[in-house]
Design a protein around this ligand. Sequence first.
Ligand SMILES: Cc1ncc(COP(=O)(O)O)c(C=O)c1O
Length: 412
Amino acid sequence: MHTPWDNRYAQRTQRMGSSAIRELLKLTEKPDIISFAGGLPAPEVFPVAQFQEACQKVLSDFGAQALQYSTTEGYLPLREQIARHTARYGIEINPDNILITSGSQQALDLLGKVFINPGDHILVESPTYLGALQAWNAYGAEYVTVPMDKSGMNTDALEEALRAGPKFIYVLPNFQNPTGVTLSLKRRHRLIELADQYGVPIIEDDPYGQLRFEGEHLPSVVVLDDRFRGNCRECYHGNVIYLSTFSKTLAPGLRLAWMIAPPEVIRKLVQAKQGADLHTASFNQIVAHEVSRGGFLDEHIKLIRKTYRERRDVMLGAMDRFFPPEVDWTHPEGGLFLWGTLPKYLSSADVLKLSLEQKVAFVPGEPFHPNGGGHNTMRLNFSNATPEKIQEGIRRLGEAIFEVIGAPVHVR
Ligand SMILES: Cc1ncc(COP(=O)(O)O)c(C=O)c1O
C-alpha cells in the first residue's frame, strides 16, 4: 500500500534493514523453541531481590531527585565507582573520562554520529558484532575487514588493512561476539603499535571481559595503550575509546553502560548524546549504583561465571557427542557465545531451516561478515538456556547437521 511517507525517508534508511537476529528472535519467542540464537543473559541470575530493595531505598533516600532530569555525563557517584573499578584493572582515570550511555548500543551509535562521514572506512574483525554494523550503516560506513582466527584479530593482516586509511579500528578483545575468541596478549601489543604507527584510533568493545571462567585475565587494550604512551596519571588521553556495560553483569533491561575516552572526546560525545536522549535514565543509574555498592557486584559476577561455565561445558560436551566430526568449533574461555564452522560445502542457513522444524534456533554466521563470507558458520549462545535444554537442543541440532550432510546420525 502506498503511503505519504514512502518517498520521504532519508537516504540513510536505505541501509538500515532490520537485523537478521531480531527477526529470528521473533520466531524464537515461542516457549517450545530451544534458542541458542539471542545474546540473552540467564534470567535465573538476575538479582531481582537486590533491585527490589535498592528501588525502595533510592526512593526513600533520594525522593524526587531520583525521578528528576539529570546531567548528560551521568550520575557522578556511578562514574566515580566505575573509575575506581577501572583503576583495579590497571588504568587511572577520572570521571571526566567517563560518559554513561543507554547501553553500549547507544555508545556505538554516538560514535557513528560523531566520527563517521558517508563513505568512511571502518576497520573491523570479520566476523564482528552485528549491532555495530547496524549502528554504523546508518551513517554510511564502509568496512575494511581483518580475518579472525583462534587468537583473535589476525594482526599480520592488520597492517595491510590499515593502509586503506580507516577512520578507526573496532575490536572486541574478550570472548568476542560472535566467535567467543580472545585476542592474545602478543596481538594486543601489536595492535597498539600498528595503530600508533598508522595514526588510527581504536574502539575497544568489552561487554564480556569480566565474565572469564578459565585462563588468565589479559589487560585490556586501553590499559596497554596507556602504558605504551606512559600517560599522565589520573586522566586518560590515549588512542583508545573503551566501552563496557552493566547488561551482562546486572541486567540488560537497565540499558546502562559506559564509555571511557579522552575528556575532549567525551565533550563531543556529550553533545551528540544531548540530541539523542538528554541523559540516561537517572533512576536506573542511582539504583544500579546502589545495587553494585559494597562488593555486591563482585560477588554476583562470581555466580554468573559459575553458571555460564557450567552451561558452556554442557554445550561443548554435547557438541562432542552429537555433532559430526566434520564440524569445528571454538572453546571460549568466557562470555556468552561459541562459534561453529561446518564444512565449506554446507550452508548454515540450510541447517537452520531443518533445526527450526526440530524447534531449535541459532544464528547463521553470514550477517556478521560485513563484506561477505561465513555461509558455513554459526553462532551459538550458551548463557540463556538451562543445561537440560542445551543438552537436548544440541542433540537435535546435531541431527539437523547430519541430515544436511546426508549421513546417518551418529552419536559418540
Ligand atoms: C559486542 C557488543 N557490544 C555492544 C552490545 C550492546 O550491549 P548493551 O546491552 O549495553 O547495549 C552487545 C550486546 O550483546 C555486544 O555483544
